[in-house]
Design a protein around this ligand. Sequence first.
Ligand SMILES: C[S@@+](CC[C@H](N)C(=O)[O-])C[C@H]1O[C@@H](n2cnc3c(N)ncnc32)[C@H](O)[C@@H]1O
Length: 281
Amino acid sequence: MTMTEVSSGEAPLGFHTFARMVHDTIGVCLPEGKRGMIEARLSARVRALGLRDSQDYFRLLFAEGGLRGEMAHIEETVTTNKTDFFREVDHFNYLKDVILGGGLWRNRAGTFKAWSAASSSGAESYSMAMLFAEHAIAYPDFSWGVLGTDISGRVLEHARRAIYSNNLLEPVPEPLRNRYLHQGQNEWSGKSRIVPALRSRVKFQKLNLMNHDYDVDFNLDIIFLRNVLIYFDPDDQMAVLRKVGRHLAPGGHLFVGHSESMVVRMPNFRQVAPAIYRKDI
Ligand SMILES: C[S@@+](CC[C@H](N)C(=O)[O-])C[C@H]1O[C@@H](n2cnc3c(N)ncnc32)[C@H](O)[C@@H]1O
């Protein structure tokens, strides 16, 4: 069947089938209340394929082979990518004052590694990176790296480009803005780019948290898994937390969103501050 030859007269495979498939593959829950939003987001794709409406689109998806080629579009459609620099600033203060300032980083022989496990367009990864780079000025033997991962290819592209509008960069403290951002000129005015010295230590790769396992280093020092569990159901929240937690070194720290902290119930993790957990040594 081609994209435009959608047969009619079949059993309707509508939003609920779509929502079940999204739940099983991406983890994101789409209750009936989100139907309008999702159908609105799909409308450009429906038009681009020459289809009449989302019903035709769902029928196309569930025809043999129909999902192939559409998953990337679906990942963009069902994810919410809102993020900010220094979002939930208590977490960055804890990282700066307790983990770096308090000397916990010295437990690590070798490179100090952090993972932003639902990085969106990179604000979280670069916020951490600025703190690590500052720390390295005072302690030149401090070596560090950050990995950002997300399911959305679009936000990962943005993260790698590392160009942000100045409005979004407002939460970045001024001394850090001066050191780690290049102001755009002419057609780039109103935007800034993260400096190369920071970009070279922050890598991004695509990763679906629903995968059985993750192609990410073990023995990490810091994991930020923030504002993504809220989209998953309780079983998937627990499963993702368990898988993510395996990648943390003993004594490493896990950060979840402030609204997600009640989800963390793992016996080998101790809460040390709101929505921050330390893995037992
Ligand atoms: C609201 S943003 C949170 C960004 C950042 N952690 C923060 O707190 O500002 C949620 C991100 O989770 C990503 N996401 C959703 N489901 C995912 C999955 N199954 N695997 C990986 N990332 C996922 C989305 O693409 C989105 O960029």
